[in-house]
Structure formats: structure tokens, C-alpha cells
Design a protein around this ligand. Sequence first.
Ligand code: AMP
Length: 186
Amino acid sequence: MSTDAGSVSAVPLEQRLLHLVRDVPDWPRPGVVFKDITPLLADPAAFASVVDGLAERWSPTVGGPVDKVVGIEARGFILAAPVAYRLGAGFVPVRKTGKLPWQTYAASYALEYGEATLEVHQDAFCRGERVVIIDDVLATGGTAAATAGLVKRAGGEVLGLSVLIELAFLGGRAAVGLDVHALLAF
Ligand code: AMP
């Protein structure tokens, strides 16, 4: 696993990124292959490429302009915040239940492994603001669909979802019913 941007520059971006995603079998429970992106985040060139790649899809001349970028707790925060900065947009956290201090809207949903409730602040968006949702992995689509519902309920217009990794065999793209952009697909 190289972290030297100079020595890997001839290798296509997708291959470099794939090389930096670690499969962890049977975590957090048997039968799940967890996509660990920490090696990728630790690689300066790869991390920058991912942020640029996610932001590019929503630049003003492509799919933007964007008013707010939503990050889904917790790994979504790591990607969404720099994408928001890159796009000149605001950042909005969608968090697990009980973490946000102000009045919230809540949505419960099923995960690939378990169940969860997500929340967003009720005043996170002005009516009609153009919103992009960012997460690390799209699996079954439940997390993204719940987040899109929260954004709409809070007054935002969802332009689409960008993820680093799409687990295409789980059918999340169809389930989520959004314009989905993924940098890597398995
Ligand atoms: P889902 O709601 O099934 O689309 O699951 C997506 C959410 O769960 C994302 O926030 C991911 O961080 C996490 N997730 C689900 N499956 C995996 C996986 N195989 N590897 C890493 N994260 C996952």
C-alpha cells in the first residue's frame, strides 16, 4: 500500500482507490464484509482525489449550484465537510439519535446490519435550498433514503447522493430513488 503520490501517479485513480479500501470480513457481525476506508483517508493524494471527485459532480456547471452538503454520521462527515468547503456550500450533519442539541426531525430505518434512527435539526435548511447528501458507503439504501426524507421534511430540495463506495449487489441505488453518484462500485 503506497502513500507516495509520485510513485503511483501512473496508476488510474480508481485502481489506486480500490487498493486503499480494506475488506474486513465478518465485521461488525458475521456475514458482513466491512469496507474500511481508513487507509484511503490516511493517504493525502487519495483523500484529495476523493474529495475532488465527489465535489466535481455537483460543481455549478455540472449538477450544482449547491447550498448545503449533508454528511451522515460518522464517516459521511469526513467526506461531506471538505466537499462543502470545495463547493462553497454549508455543511449539515445528520446524526444518530440523541446527539443533536436543538429541535430535530427523526427517521428510523433498517441497515445492512441492524436498525437505526437518524435526526436532523428542524432549522437546518431554508425552504427550497439545494442539497447534496454524502456518505462513505451505499449498501441497501436505507440510510440514504431516511436522510433524504429528513432533508425534505426540513425544507431542503435533494439534488442527489454521492458516495465513495456503492455495494451495487445490494440494490441500494434503486431502493433510494435518488440521483446516485459513486466513485467506486463493487
Ligand atoms: P445502508 O443503509 O444499508 O445503505 O447502509 C449504509 C450505511 O451503513 C453507511 O452509512 C455506511 O457507513 C454503513 N455501511 C453499510 N454497509 C457497510 C459496509 N459493508 N462497509 C462499510 N460501511 C457500511
